[in-house]
Ligand binder design. Structure first.
Ligand code: SOE
Length: 377
């Protein structure tokens, strides 16, 4: 018999939907020994929270997250609210002995994230940050192949995450829908929101970054504050271009922007090694492009691999070869790994401590964007 695991969700936005979908579906496909129960959702807006709870099957609604943290019947707190609230909720939850999962990035800055790491480690509670793209099977396959040495020595790691939704100066900052544009709520702009995904994947696949230099820009300098209606200086980075050196000797180039007209979620990555190259594109997420330098003769060239077979990461749990899965499944895989970690005692990655490293790199990017200097990590 699987054990119930009672989830307390904080928030009801886009990410709360993605996470709830994962909690609700995981036990139907992955035999982890746990059965998540959508117990309660906490959000300030009672009406909307009620609608969310009804839609997803949460048993009750609270208007203060502290009620969830105090509740005897909640095992895990899942934080899906703007970045400025992560630390307070996570620390209180850890102190109350709850498992804590936080939406990415861990915090607005590494210094804000450090006490979160200390709190979960002191309390000895399971913890994880939702960097979901690692769990896209094609990306997990790339990680596996690089770790096995399929590419040999790595020379280049190249990633970008492009969007175009903030080009209009009429998009406000702050408030519920546009907090990502408010530096007080978000901590940074594209660096913490988009590049953080690329960095998390890069650190996982290619190891530590030892130094970097960055160029950042804020194209729209003032935006209306969605709450007060007043014009306010914009404090976030709208775009970032970064050059890095990795500890393994390879070079990295990273770019993210919300000003790339036509791009909605243009996350791509490519790795070049001595024996071959691998690349991936979120808009075609079930495929990996592979160039194998070992193939001799006229058949040499890029191979387009459809990652849907039973021996590909996670795919044995889904349909039959050839049938594709989507964005939402990356969250289900993350939950499956989290629950497996509870069973085996080997924590699922990235833990708060591991995700803190991504925050450190983000901080270095923001600092270098201002100073123009190289920063050692
Ligand atoms: C921003 O638009 C955003 O929703 C990010 O916050 C998510 O982390 C990313 O996966 C998609 O884009």
């Amino acid at each position: 018999m699987s054990k119930p695991l009672n989830i307390g969700m904080v928030g009801y936005g886009f990410m709360a939907r993605a996470h709830s979908h994962a909690w609700a579906s995981v036990a139907h496909f992955f035999d982890t020994g746990y059965r998540p129960v959508l117990k309660a959702v906490a959000a300030r807006g009672a009406e909307k929270a009620k609608g969310f709870a009804d839609m997803w099957g949460y048993e009750r609604v609270e208007t203060d997250w502290r009620k969830l943290v105090e509740a005897k019947d909640i095992d895990a707190i899942d934080i899906c609210v703007p970045n400025d609230l992560h630390a307070e909720i996570a620390i209180a939850a850890a102190k109350a002995g709850k498992m804590v999962l936080s939406e990415k990035p861990l915090a607005r800055t590494a210094s804000e994230g450090q006490p979160m790491v200390d709190a979960v480690e002191k309390a000895g509670v399971a913890n994880m940050v939702w960097y979901n793209y690692r769990r896209v099977p094609a990306v997990s396959l790339i990680k596996q192949w690089v770790a096995e040495g399929k590419l040999g020595r790595i020379f280049h790691y190249r990633a970008k995450f492009l969007q175009d939704w903030t080009i209009s100066p009429d998009v406000p900052q702050g408030g519920q829908a546009t907090w990502r544009l408010d530096v007080d709520a978000a901590g940074s702009g594209v660096t913490g929101d988009l590049l953080a995904h690329c960095l998390d994947t890069a650190l996982w696949i290619n190891g530590d970054i030892s130094s970097l230099t960055a160029m950042t820009e804020t194209f729209v300098k003032e935006r209306k504050d969605a709450t007060s209606g007043q014009m306010k200086k914009v404090g976030i980075d709208d775009a970032a271009a970064v050059m890095t050196r990795f500890a393994n000797g390879s070079l990295g180039t990273f770019e993210s922007t919300r000003y790339a007209r036509g791009h909605k979620a243009g996350y791509t990555l490519e790795i070049n090694g001595e024996k071959g190259s691998l690349s991936w594109d979120l808009h075609d997420l079930n495929r990996v492009q592979y160039f194998n330098h070992g193939v001799e003769g006229a058949a040499r060239g890029w191979t387009d691999i459809l990652v849907t077979d039973g021996d590909h990461p996670y795919l044995g749990k889904w349909w039959v070869p050839g049938l594709t899965i989507g964005y939402e499944h990356s969250f289900t895989h993350q939950v499956a790994d989290f629950l497996d970690g509870l069973r085996t005692g080997k924590p699922a990655s990235p833990t708060f401590r591991e995700a803190l490293e991504t925050n450190r790199v983000c901080d270095a990017i923001i600092a270098s964007g201002k100073s123009g200097d190289w920063v050692n990590l």
